[in-house]
Ligand binder design. Structure first.
Ligand code: CTP
Length: 242
């Protein structure tokens, strides 16, 4: 019967695993990206959400680079192993679990024995200053969020964070900011803002923006859930539309 024909053809199509919803969260240093991600994760507690930080894919420094660490540009796209990040996210999208490297900002190296085991999930958040820089990475994203904060607010937060958490002294923070962080923000981060679907002013303080974003993600996930329960209905509908 025609009905049977619809269901068998639709089953082969829809029995493929449903792809996770991928969110990119970018913005300048200390703009509040982590806070925004944490708030999204908290509000989506009834879904499987995982966070992948671009920081995890910082290349470890060679002994020579380490000797002259004050000349190293951590804000340039080449500081990251983007190929490895793509491979990692690709595996997560195809439903495999992955071992994400653990990066130590105090020694500018990855841990040689520690990895973070990340399992496949419904939502993957990719967070980092340059996650919108590479087109291949951008193309994976279903939604791109740029977290905005004034430069003085970001610098103030950065000084506090780097001296308290990342083992730096205030002079080295200010020097690095003027020499590398600010120029790279102007050259690479700010130009990638144009790819954003949503720009959040005032970062993690903006509860209204986060609520709106979470509602949108829920709608998208809800559509997927319906597809899982009633795969045939959706295919029959689209067949009629054609
Ligand atoms: N960085 C550094 N030393 C390293 C590696 C990175 O100082 N060995 C700095 C880079 O200069 C870059 C910053 O780390 O500017 C990237 O981290 P950032 O985006 O500031 O931190 P998040 O916690 O991801 O962001 P947010 O504060 O927005 O939550």
């Amino acid at each position: 019967s025609p009905a049977h024909h619809f269901s068998s053809s639709s089953l082969s199509h829809h029995s493929l695993p449903i792809q996770p919803f991928i969110i990119g969260v970018s913005g300048g240093t200390a703009s509040g990206k982590t806070t925004v991600c944490d708030m999204i994760i908290q509000q989506l507690h009834d879904h499987r959400v995982i966070l992948v930080n671009q920081d995890s894919f910082y290349r470890g420094l060679t002994p020579d680079e380490l000797k002259r660490v004050h000349e190293y540009n951590f804000d340039h796209p080449d500081a990251f192993d983007t190929e490895q990040m793509l491979e990692c996210v690709g595996k997560l999208i195809s439903g495999q679990s992955v071992q994400v490297p653990v990066y130590d900002f105090k020694i500018h190296q990855r841990s040689s024995e520690n990895f973070r085991q990340v399992n496949a999930s419904d939502v993957i958040i990719l967070e980092g200053i340059l996650v919108f820089h590479d087109q291949e990475v951008r193309d994976l994203m279903n939604m791109k969020i740029f977290v905005d904060a004034d430069a003085d607010v970001r610098l103030a937060r950065r000084i506090r964070r780097d001296t308290v958490e990342r083992g730096r002294d205030i002079n080295s923070v200010l020097e690095q900011y003027a020499k590398f962080v600010k120029p790279a923000f102007d050259d690479f981060v700010l130009p990638s803002k144009k790819y954003a679907d949503v720009i959040i002013p005032r970062g993690g303080d903006n509860h209204v923006a986060i609520d709106l974003i979470v509602q949108h993600i829920r709608t998208k996930l809800g559509q997927h859930d319906l597809c899982k329960i009633y795969p045939n209905i959706f295919v029959i509908q689209s067949t009629f539309q054609i």
